[in-house]
Unconditional design. Structure first.
Length: 240
């Protein structure tokens, strides 16, 4: 009987590399055990066939950031119906052009630092990267967000100008933002230093009822053509 050993040790024997290099190969998804990719260096093997992908590269595994098209009815945090449940290997967008090699570890320990209301849809960021988290929390006032807002009702006189600048709530003047008509029932909001939750009371203040909210862009990252309920990777060259 063969004594089980850690997968990293078997890869060292197989490739004559260092232990740390073996761990990088495994964590990068380059090693198969009995034909299946295993990403855990501590995985125990005995007589199974262990193979190293011929295209294997010694590249450190970077934390992943994902862009999900959240449908209405899902919580961006840990509510009763969390949007994180939609992030699975089967829901990755088929046209994901990021070039990132999918790994199971990318779908673990994901946070959504910028909330998107349950009744809203659109772009929702999930990330393992503390730098992205900091940018979407501490630096969010410097990042422009874009929303498409479906409305009904009759706009008050000078209402569009007031939405752009002039409304006050609780003696607080709303910051200047960019609001324009996209169609007869849709407004485009582009803003910094504003919370998305303030869009509804702003519209109500000028005679409009909000029927739907959709996040189209956060910083330089657009939702683009990602279908509802699917996600893509943030490419290494993309910056929020």
């Amino acid at each position: 009987m063969t004594e089980p050993v850690r997968l990293a040790k078997r890869v060292v024997a197989l490739t004559q590399c260092s232990r740390r290099e073996a761990e990088q190969y495994i964590e990068g998804g380059w090693v198969r055990v009995a034909g299946a990719v295993v990403e855990e260096p501590q995985f125990m093997v005995d007589t199974q066939t262990v193979e190293l992908d011929p295209e294997a590269k010694l590249i450190p595994t970077e934390p992943a950031t994902l862009i999900l098209h959240k449908p209405v009815g899902y919580d961006s945090g840990h509510g009763a119906n969390p949007a994180s449940a939609l992030v699975t290997p089967d829901t990755q967008w088929a046209d994901d052009g990021s070039g990132v090699r999918p790994l199971r570890r990318h779908l673990h320990r994901l946070g959504s630092p910028l909330a998107l209301a349950r009744e809203a849809s659109g772009l929702l960021v999930f990330t393992q990267d503390w730098r992205v988290t900091r940018k979407l929390t501490e630096d969010i006032n410097q990042i422009e967000q874009e929303y498409l807002v479906e409305v009904s009702g009759e706009l008050a006189p000078e209402g569009l100008a007031l939405l752009n600048h002039g409304l006050r709530f609780n003696n607080y003047a709303m910051p200047p933002i960019k609001v324009s008509w996209q169609s007869e029932q849709r407004l485009r909001f582009a803003f910094k230093r504003l919370q998305a939750s303030q869009i509804t009371p702003m519209c109500e203040a000028v005679g409009l009822k909000v029927l739907a909210l959709k996040c189209l862009r956060v910083g330089r990252i657009p939702l683009s053509k990602v279908p509802p309920g699917q996600w893509r990777y943030l490419a290494p060259q993309e910056r929020i």
